[in-house]
Design a protein around this ligand. Structure first.
Ligand code: GLN
Length: 487
């Protein structure tokens, strides 16, 4: 049996039944990572020794009859903007190249308690700014379905690792699509929870009103399992919600009959790739067969989402990134003659071009004289977008759209044109602006064998419906069972 092809739930069940040991699981994934990661650059660091040691400890505990957690012995890859104690957390930036996190993020603490094996840290666009991982200071990650193409971004390393089965699960962060877009490009499931569902404590902040941590997995059951572990109120994050956490793996199976699904006409534009459109229509037919009612709806302000996001996200980023000044941690320039020069040179040497572009855009939008015209206006449009979703959810239970307008593009194809790159987020951004949950589900392949995904958007805190829709769709289809052979 090739352990690396199993789902997280299957691995957890086999370990509990003692059909498999955590050490065997760890060794299988480490071995596959050793042979495949050099072709993909999905992991920036692999915690081999620590993982083997933790697996051994877990096996000893299980042998003694002690209870193992929900994710006991399940390997998980962690995006490198989430702090893992005593492990480098670089955000794929030179400015944090040698930064070792002194504490665990709340999600990491919960994963450790659940017995998960944190196999390594994955590549991303610097500070999660990008849609391809080409903005990483440590080299691009490759798409396992076609290594001449990007895996998407910014959580491209996590998506590539799960698609290639270098881990059955991964964590990413999603500010404007960074979980759902790479999930779609890599043919796996990616879920952005409702804002506040998962604690952000220990996630390096990009745009604090939009950022949310979420799971990558092969199927709905695994996402449900992981979401249950990481969700919940956290006194260390005042924006985390105290709503009770549903038992997602149980709620997964609730039937879809009578469910109302909306198709917003603004997402089915003429620029949408034809194959993607066809695959999504196929998925809609499957939902109809499963007993759902499908109707056309309208979200008229969709067209403004990209413009609003690229004012608000850089504004928040420019404030959040002010802390990297070479004083307490991170890169410090050796060239500076005085304090001001030390700040300037440290930041100039440490940040890459896209991060600098965002800081400049954000500083401009927030500066006096421009604040009302840009930042404040963008906030007002954000409110309208949120309100439009509220209205839509009075008519329908969930909204189905494409995740991205095109399949994975070639490395280098868009990197010289920031606007083209920004437009690849056109269908994912509104979800973050509205604070609602969204999931990307694999639904087929193009003629070039590139994965296609659809997106489901849900009511605030209704992750259960997204997961049950994914579960029932996957019980009728087998797209999620295909595994790429990495060349
Ligand atoms: N691609 C978007 C950006 O560059 C979204 C990134 C994200 O969700 N972290 O801002």
């Amino acid at each position: 049996m090739d352990v690396t092809t199993l789902s997280a739930a299957e691995i957890a069940r086999k370990i509990k039944k003692k059909d498999l040991s955590a050490s065997e699981v760890a060794k299988s994934f480490l071995q596959k990572t050793k042979s495949t990661n050099p072709k993909l650059n999905a992991y920036l660091c692999v915690r081999e020794e620590i993982v083997l040691r933790s697996a051994k400890e877990l096996d000893d505990r299980i042998a003694k009859g002690e209870s193992a957690g929900d994710l006991a012995g399940v390997p998980i890859a962690i995006k490198d903007n989430i702090c893992v104690q005593k492990t480098k957390t670089t955000c794929s930036s030179k400015i944090l190249e040698n930064f070792v996190a002194p504490y665990d993020a709340t999600v990491i603490r919960k994963l450790k308690q659940a017995g998960a094996l944190l196999i390594g840290k994955t590549n991303l666009d610097e500070f999660a700014m990008g849609s391809s991982t080409e903005n990483s200071a440590f080299g691009v990650t490759k798409n396992p379905w076609d290594t001449s193409r990007v895996p998407g971004g910014s959580s491209g390393g996590s998506a590539s690792a799960v698609a290639a089965r270098l881990a059955p699960l991964a964590l990413g962060s999603d500010t404007g699509g960074s979980i759902r877009q790479p999930a779609s490009f890599c043919g796996i499931v990616g879920l952005k929870p409702t804002y506040g569902r998962v604690s952000r404590f220990g996630l390096v902040a990009f745009a604090s009103s939009l950022d949310q941590i979420g799971p990558f997995s092969i199927n709905a059951e695994d996402s449900a399992l992981l979401l249950k572990v990481i969700s919940g109120k956290d006194p260390l994050d005042s924006t985390s919600s105290d709503r009770p956490v549903p038992d997602y793996p149980v709620e997964l199976k609730k039937p879809l009959s009578g469910l109302k699904i909306g198709l917003p006409k603004e997402y089915f534009v003429k620029e949408l790739d034809e194959t993607i459109n066809d695959k999504i229509r196929d998925a809609v037919r499957i939902y109809e067969k499963l007993g759902a009612q499908v109707k056309d709806i309208s979200l008229p302000h969709t067209a403004y989402a990209v413009a609003v996001y690229y004012i608000l996200a850089p504004s928040e980023a420019s404030a959040n990134l002010a802390r990297y000044d070479g004083v307490r941690y991170g890169h410090r320039s050796r060239e500076a003659a005085n304090l001001i020069e030390m700040y300037e040179k440290s930041r100039d040497e440490g940040f890459g071009p896209e991060v600098k572009r965002r800081i400049m855009l954000g500083t401009y939008s927030l500066s006096s004289g421009y604040y009302d015209a840009y930042y404040s206006k963008a906030q007002k449009v954000r409110t309208i977008i949120r309100e439009e979703f509220n209205q839509a959810f009075k008519e329908v239970d969930a909204i189905l759209t494409p995740t991205v307008p095109t399949p994975a593009f070639k490395i280098g194809e868009k990197s010289s044109d920031p606007l083209q790159m920004y437009l690849s987020d056109i269908f994912t951004i509104s979800c973050n602006l509205a604070g609602i949950p969204g999931i990307s589900v694999p639904c087929g392949f193009t003629k070039e064998s590139l994965p296609v995904g659809f997106q489901i958007l849900g009511k605030p805190f209704d992750e259960s419906t997204l997961l049950s829709m994914t579960y029932h769709y996957q019980s009728q289809t087998s797209w999620h069972e295909r595994i790429p052979s990495v060349k």
